[in-house]
Design a protein around this ligand. Sequence first.
Ligand code: OOB
Length: 534
Amino acid sequence: MLDGFTGWPEEFATRYRERGYWQGHTLGSLLRDRALARPAHTAVIDGDRRWTYRELDERADRLAAGLHGLGIAPGDRVLVHLPNVAEFLVLSFALFRLGAIPVFALPAHRETEIAHLARLSEAVAYVIPDSHLGFDHRPLARIVCEKTPTLRHVLVAGDPGEFTALSSVDADPRPLPAPRPSDVALLLLSGGTTGVPKLIPRTHDDYVYNLTASAEVTGLDATTRYLASLPVAHNFPLACPGVLGTLHVGGTVVLSPTPSPDDAFRLIERERVTVTALVPPLALLWLEAAEWAEADLSSLRLLQVGGAKLKPDTAARIGPALGCRLQQVFGMAEGLLNFTRLDDPDDLLLHTQGRPLAADDELRIVDIDDREVAPGEVGELQVRGPYTVRGYYRAADHNRTAFTPDGYYRSGDLVRQLPSGHLMVEGRIKDVINRGGDKIPVEEVENHLLGHPAVHDVAIVGIPDLTLGERSCACVIARGVPPTRAQLNAHLTALGLAAFKLPDRVEVMESFPRTGLGKVNKRALAERVAGSTR
Ligand code: OOB
């Protein structure tokens, strides 16, 4: 078993097997089953490339053999930093089959995040595109190599420069030791915890359930043509039901290089896309673009929106403007997924973030002392269940506070639950800013800002924003001449921080409001900043 992985207690594992959540399949076998059933059906479309199920399946086998030949062994971690390209799928299935564990980084991540993920996971290989949206990944890989003693290979989709071309890692398929369904299959990045980013171990058993059950509530079948608009390294477009759920039902995955209406609308028309997933700010952008765009979007049947709270008035515009049904999704990489159902009445569809996927998702809504609140009241959502993890990877100390002694994950989200089981997300108590679906780990950015010579103290708070839901504001107590936003952001960029984490605004002040215990009172601070005009 992977060290640093907290599994489910035996009694729960037995229950989840008995009740059919864990069926003993691996992610690698899922593609094999489809390839046997419908070999000539198109599995994936990426630009001019169209691969059938047979082709994707064979490529995954050849790459698995090639990676094995490089010395990548079952249980080894491989840091995957690819955008929405067909190689992402081949590589993922190759690793699943080999039992090596992909660590999925987001395309926006840069040196700080990547070096941290590489070291935390002790990655043996790092897989990148040559360049993506104007950013050359090879110089970044050079730095990551210097900082990561375990890294033995950099594999490049495209022009490899001094590294190895991913396309050259290929060998005749050979029998490989198969992973067990209870093994960790992948590591996802947490959207928000304190301190440094955490990794979330997902097993074959639990992730196969995650994507299979998601495909079912989303109504996917072999006629589905799913457009991956959001970066597929994220749980939502990856497996809720996303690209993996689509392949599981034998549908077709269409990869969009960006979620912009320009790219996505063209693909929806050309490939007759039926389903896609967006975060709320992009849904707004699509609504605006649909007013003037000439593309034919009539094939679109369902738009999933999640990752951040969707406003009811935006939700109400989706059906009429895009000619498709809406599904709200409130999920987390740690596990729990909530979906509005396809036959939900409008009031639930527009005003709630859905209800849990599994009958065995155990939800508890609690007050500050972990006592359950009265039905319908707002409290923190805690959850355990057949696809919700029991611990972050290699984070024993943090796990003691992030999970309750009886194994519930403390989501940090404030919700209320309706008698129907549907949840409404009302806020959060974790120190994360949700910038339109991009999660900013506040403490991490504050720590980097404290390293700037003109910063004596700093506290980052969210400020309401019409499009993004919220933006970030860094409140700074200066040391000497107050720093400008440009200077602070140049500092963070030089450290190699993902761009979405850079403060949208900087406010210099003399002091921070404090709580009785002397901690920064972020709520009062946020009110102070929201009150000042700019
Ligand atoms: C998804 O996953 P993560 O891990 O990036 O972020 C999880 C957090 C949740 O704890 C919650 O704070 C927020 O994102 N969130 C929402 C939301 N969906 C996620 N807040 C309000 N309304 C929603 N609909 O974001 C994610 C994972 C799987 C599917 C969909 C989203």
